[in-house]
Unconditional design. Structure first.
Length: 282
């Protein structure tokens, strides 16, 4: 799945979300860490070792544990923590179930024919965490949901571009087949010197950017200033977007990463913008 997969020990240096989370007050930061631990454990069901049948059993158990948390009878550590957050933040089950529906798609070799299929998948694996995050931040109106969903799609499309080689090794091809045909590319014969790879990547990233623009149009600058963590996450991914766009052939050589300085500067820039938007309205 790939979008929200922090390591269980410590988020620092393991995920692009670590520094944005530091902008939150302690209670919300701890809630976000539980949410992203939920995403990580769900993702591990699909990406970890085991047979397809075994993974389906694990996913079924995970779904039952989630149901138990919302019924007040959580049976495991993660779900006990999740259960305690439900009344505090008014968490709803729907966004979390979306994530598990996306995990279910990843249990077998995955190939999309058209972008519509990829879009629906991204709304599950990235839109679900986005909406749950908004609930933690204290927003559940349609405008904030639109912001979260479209931002999530942007993040996911950037991620699948970055992780193309890694995903291919797992038998997954998130890029739609219609896009490979459009650029006369054979995914099984891609090489580092293929002249069509750059325009192909440009096409994918331009489409990703369109969802970031939709996200930004959902809220006023004053409203965006009230969710600096989300804006900081977006800023980190904009930096990754820029790096992928400048060096598309690095994708075929291995995973493109951001330095700690890249992440910190992106978060600081987003924080400054949020403060300026807020002050300009005071």
């Amino acid at each position: 799945m790939g979008l929200m997969k922090p390591q269980p020990q410590s988020l620092e240096n393991k995920t692009s979300f670590y520094y944005p989370f530091l902008l939150l007050p302690r209670e919300k930061r701890e809630a976000m860490e539980v949410l992203y631990r939920f995403c990580w454990e769900a993702d591990e069901i699909a990406d970890g070792p085991g047979t397809p049948a075994g993974k389906r059993r694990k996913l079924l158990k995970f779904k039952k544990n989630l149901q138990g948390a919302f019924q007040g009878r959580a049976g495991e550590g993660l779900f006990q923590k999740l259960q305690s957050l439900i009344p505090v933040f008014g968490l709803t089950k729907g966004p979390l179930m979306r994530i598990l529906e996306g995990v279910e798609r990843d249990l077998k070799p995955l190939h999309f024919r058209k972008f519509h299929e990829l879009h629906q998948y991204a709304l599950k694996v990235a839109g679900g965490p986005g909406i749950a995050s908004m609930e933690i931040f204290g927003f559940r109106d349609r405008a904030h949901i639109n912001y979260a969903e479209n931002l999530g799609v942007f993040l996911q499309l950037v991620n699948i571009t970055r992780d193309y080689r890694e995903d291919a090794a797992l038998g997954r091809s998130y890029f739609p087949r219609e896009d490979f045909r459009r650029f006369h590319l054979n995914p099984g014969l891609l090489g580092e010197n293929d002249s069509q790879w750059r325009p192909f990547v440009d096409f994918q990233l331009t489409r990703a950017w369109s969802f970031l623009k939709k996200s930004r149009r959902s809220l006023s600058l004053l409203q965006r200033s009230q969710i600096p963590t989300a804006e900081a996450i977006a800023a980190v991914y904009v930096k990754l977007f820029q790096k992928l766009k400048a060096n598309p052939y690095l994708i075929l050589k291995g995973r493109t990463t951001l330095s700690k300085a890249d992440k910190l500067l992106s978060v600081l820039g987003a924080t400054g913008r949020c403060l300026s938007w807020k002050w300009s309205k005071d």
